[in-house]
Unconditional design. Structure first.
Length: 331
């Protein structure tokens, strides 16, 4: 499906831009113990609150800008869309929530049957017929028909307001945010998902003037020198770092980089191996390889793999890279 950015609302575009600018490629939403929606969005939320973010994420998923992966479902308030909802029973006749569960118990040994209330004596259940102690209230039943405990024969509800007795109460939900009460017909029973920003969305919607350089270099001094020359050039950029070839490959998969500066001599791989791995999933990103020694054969191989340049490390070569970067970003 072809994405049409022009169809985004102002709020959708704003949130999507914030997610991209904060490198939030995966948004994990979780339901907390108190019913609140927990997330790790941080600054990516911007001016929106959690409920607004949730609504916008769903909308962006419907529009094809995010991929949603369902992990649970829950009830949301139909008025404020909050998941902070609890449930209660109500009388089907007068709708009062003042209903009491009435259990009918039987003592198998003597056959006495009656409501649970008449069996209750302090913390224990005592048979009103034979006076036998049947154990503590709330203790699990043994399940043995020859044991002298009790059996639950059935249950019903009684309304304290109108006296109505019934077996199926109405279920009402109450929102802890806005306070309204609603039933299953009005409830929003919806999906809780993890959301992933599609890679092509980042390329289509680049609102920031800042560009990203991924520097795969194990020498911190070389990284600092390169940063110094970028700063001196006056370009707006952000340098992401990786100290090994493997880390650099994985990082490039997770960030929207514009440019790669790649050291040839890395602890785990050489620059050609890293470049070859990069080209398996990204054929377009400009890559400059830096090396401590001039090797014509390696340079030719790098160019065949689509390297922008193969440069021997020295002060003048460091100065060239920002100019290359600037030229590419203007194309």
């Amino acid at each position: 499906m072809e994405l049409d950015i022009s169809k985004l609302t102002e709020e959708e575009r704003e949130l999507l831009t914030q997610l991209i600018d904060c490198d939030m490629r995966l948004i994990k939403l979780r339901l907390g113990d108190d019913g609140s929606i927990n997330h790790d969005l941080g600054e990516a939320m911007g001016r929106f609150d959690t409920q607004e973010v949730l609504t916008l994420l769903r909308s962006l998923e419907r529009g094809g800008f995010l991929i949603g992966k369902e992990y649970d479902r829950t009830i949301f308030c139909p008025t404020c869309d909050s998941a902070k909802v609890y449930s209660k029973y109500a009388c089907p006749k007068c709708q009062s929530p003042k209903v009491t569960l009435m259990e009918l118990l039987q003592h198998p040994f003597c056959g006495y049957t009656g409501e649970k209330e008449v069996f209750m004596s302090g913390l224990n259940l005592v048979c009103p017929g034979c006076k036998m102690n049947l154990g503590k209230i709330g203790a699990p039943l043994s399940g043995d028909e020859f044991d002298f405990d009790h059996k639950v024969m059935g249950s019903s509800f009684e309304c304290e307001e109108c006296g109505n007795k019934f077996t199926r109460p109405n279920v009402k939900h109450v929102c802890q945010e806005c306070g309204i009460m609603f039933d299953h017909k009005k409830a929003h029973y919806d999906v809780l998902s993890e959301y992933e920003v599609l890679p092509q969305v980042s390329k289509i919607l680049r609102s920031r003037s800042e560009r990203v350089v991924l520097m795969i270099e194990d020498n911190p001094d070389d990284v600092q020198i390169m940063k110094m020359f970028f700063k001196k050039s006056g370009l707006s950029f952000r340098v992401e770092e990786a100290g090994t070839g493997k880390d650099g490959i994985e990082k490039l998969k997770s960030i929207d980089a514009d440019f790669v500066v790649l050291d040839y001599n890395l602890p785990d791989m050489n620059g050609i191996e890293v470049l070859r791995a990069i080209r398996e999933f990204n054929t377009d990103i400009p890559v400059v390889i830096l090396t401590g020694a001039d090797d014509r054969q390696t340079a030719v191989e790098a160019m065949k793999l689509g390297a922008l340049d193969y440069i021997v490390k020295n002060v003048s070569s460091y100065e060239k890279i920002p100019a290359m970067f600037e030229k590419i970003t203007k194309e």
